[in-house]
Every structure is written in structure tokens, then in C-alpha cells.
Write a protein that binds this ligand. Structure first.
Ligand SMILES: Nc1nc2c(ncn2[C@@H]2O[C@H](COP(=O)(O)OP(=O)(O)OP(=O)(O)O)[C@@H](O)[C@H]2O)c(=O)[nH]1
Ligand SMILES: [Mg+2]
Ligand SMILES: [Zn+2]
Length: 293
């Protein structure tokens, strides 16, 4: 039987489901991977040996461009960071933290503000505009009215993306509204909080009929950021040019004299809330550092 190339889209109990040009092939990994301590990951590009029409085994795994631990997935291009404008209330610091997390993993963040059908003001427009001015792609959506879904689709096309964000913001609902043949489980926020668990569970790359893959992830409760506090300022895009003018190159923009970032915040060149997020994340990193010693 012949060899083929494909992409692992799901892994269940020792079986890997590989999408090939001839459909999904159920594969096992060869013994050599276990021996070398390599676990195939969803997202891996693999070469498989067919043993029947629908079955095969994994021969080789292509070098990974990147690899995430949570969710366990390889070769991701971008993270769609989803927050709802309301229900649950939008936490700006958490949003900015996710951007930093994504940037520090070398994954391009795209900001998606969902549930805009519930918003009572133009708050979401201001947010989208803010992140666009910083230099990110940003989109406002509603999985209910479908506003913004076409724009989001244009960002997903031909890329491997994962949707991340707190529980209940509508990640699964957004994916469902993208393509009619997808039906992910979604849930009521209140019900979920009562049960204390998420609706989304397994790790599966969903292939999009217009090209590309998306991965739905369950909302998180805690996020760990693995960077040094001195690095944080480099993950705030709008600080990059300005901070070169700080009096001290080691400036952390907290209360140092001659800080150009503090001045830019006062002059409203840098958004106040972004700066507040920066300080909050910095504080968190400082406390983490203290615990290490
Ligand atoms: N009004 C409104 N409700 C939405 C929208 N998107 C999702 N919802 C609702 O919000 C609730 C949560 O949606 P989910 O898609 O399950 O949220 P999730 O982000 O996948 O949640 P987890 O899987 O727990 O991480 C459901 O009741 C959805 O019907 C939206 O754009 N507008
Ligand atoms: Mg979900
Ligand atoms: Zn400074």
C-alpha cells in the first residue's frame, strides 16, 4: 500500500486521525516514536503508511514550527482571542495578558470581541479600533446575528488558528456559525458555572471548507505566563518605539524619572487601560519571581 502525507486532526486513545487528500485515515504511531519518547500531536504534519483504505500508521513527523502545551497542539499560526463585550464582563487585563501570552509563544494574536448584539453602547467599536491602531487584526462579532463572521472567516482562511478566551464568551458558537456542517456543544453560562466545568473538551482540528483549520479550546481559569518581568514591555507593541526614549534603558515604566511611557499615557498617546494592564501583569510577574527565591 502507498504512503501519504497528512495532518493529525484528532487523537483518541492511541489512535490518530489524519486528514489526507483522500479523507480521514485512522492511524497508530509506530513503536519507534514511543522509544524516542515522541508523542504525535494534533496539528502535526505526518507521513503515513496506508495498510488499508481507511487505516495506516504514522511513519514520520515533520519538524514542528511550534508546540503548545495547553491546548496540546503543534504548528499553530494564530490565536483568535475571544472576549464577550458582556456576559461575562470583559476583563481588559486578561485580554492583554492573553495577547502577551500569544506573542511570547510566537503566535500571532487576533482579537475578537463577541456578543456585540448584547452591547448597549459603542464600547466594542472603541476596543476594536484601539487594538487595530496598536497593529493587531481585530474584529467585532455576534454568533447570533452573524455580524463580523465573514471578516473573521477571511482571517481564518488557509491558516491554523485556535480560539482561546474565558468560558462562555462564545468560542464554540462562533465556530458553529462559520460553517453549517460543524456542531460543537455550546452552553449557558449560568448552568456551566453551577456545574463548574467547561462545555468544550476534546482537542480537535476542524478543517474549514474554505481552507484552513480551527481548534476550539475550553475556557480557562488560570493562565501562566512564563516570561521575565523585564521582558514584558517588549510584548506591548505600542511601547516599542516610544520606550527607547526613556531615560534609563532598564526602565520598567513604573515610577522611574524620565519615563517616556508614563508621559505617553498622560498625553493620551498610549491607552490608559493598556498601561493599567501592563502594571497589573508586571506586578503578577514580580510576585511570581519573589516566590521563586
Ligand atoms: N447573545 C449572544 N449570545 C451568544 C453569542 N455567542 C455565544 N452566545 C451564547 O453564550 C453562551 C456560551 O457560548 P459558548 O459558545 O458555549 O461559549 P464558549 O466560549 O465555547 O465556552 P467554553 O466552551 O466553556 O469555553 C451560549 O449560551 C451561547 O448561545 C453571541 O454572539 N451573542
Ligand atoms: Mg466551548
Ligand atoms: Zn519608561
Amino acid at each position: 500500500m502507498k504512503k501519504m502525507e497528512g495532518r493529525i486532526v484528532q487523537g483518541i486513545g492511541g489512535f490518530y486521525y489524519v486528514k489526507t487528500e483522500h479523507g480521514i485515515v485512522e492511524c497508530r504511531a509506530r513503536g519507534k516514536f514511543r522509544k524516542d519518547n515522541i508523542t504525535p500531536l494534533v496539528g502535526d504534519v505526518v507521513e503515513i503508511q496506508m495498510v488499508s483504505d481507511k487505516e495506516g500508521y504514522i511513519l514520520n513527523i515533520a519538524p514542528r514550527k511550534n508546540q503548545l502545551i495547553r491546548p496540546p497542539v503543534a504548528n499553530v499560526d494564530q490565536a483568535i482571542i475571544v472576549f464577550a463585550i458582556t456576559k461575562p464582563e470583559l476583563n481588559r487585563t486578561l485580554l492583554d495578558k492573553m495577547i502577551v501570552l500569544s506573542e511570547s509563544n510566537n503566535i500571532k494574536p487576533i482579537i475578537c470581541i463577541n456578543k456585540i448584539d448584547l452591547g448597549e453602547s459603542d464600547e466594542y467599536l472603541k476596543l476594536v479600533d484601539l487594538y487595530r491602531r496598536i497593529g493587531y487584526k481585530a474584529v467585532a462579532t455576534s454568533a447570533v446575528t452573524k455580524v463580523g463572521i465573514e471578516e473573521l472567516k477571511s482571517y481564518l482562511k488557509d491558516k491554523t488558528s485556535f480560539l482561546a478566551g474565558p468560558s462562555g464568551v462564545g468560542k464554540s458558537s462562533i465556530i458553529n456559525s462559520i460553517q453549517s456542517n460543524i456542531t460543537l456543544k455550546t452552553g449557558e453560562l449560568s448552568e456551566k458555572l453551577l456545574r463548574g466545568r467547561h462545555t468544550t473538551r476534546s482537542v480537535e482540528l476542524i478543517s474549514l471548507d474554505f481552507g484552513g483549520f480551527v481548534l476550539d479550546t475550553p475556557g480557562f481559569t488560570a493562565l501562566t505566563l512564563d516570561i521575565e518581568k523585564e521582558e514584558l514591555k517588549y510584548y506591548f507593541k505600542e511601547f516599542l518605539d516610544l520606550q527607547r526614549e526613556c531615560k534609563f534603558s532598564s526602565c520598567l515604566h513604573v515610577n522611574e524619572p524620565g519615563c517616556s511611557i508614563i508621559k505617553a499615557v498622560e498625553d493620551k498617546v498610549i491607552d490608559k487601560n493598556r498601561y493599567i494592564s501592563y502594571l497589573a501583569i508586571l506586578k503578577e510577574l514580580r510576585e511570581k519571581e519573589k516566590r521563586r527565591y
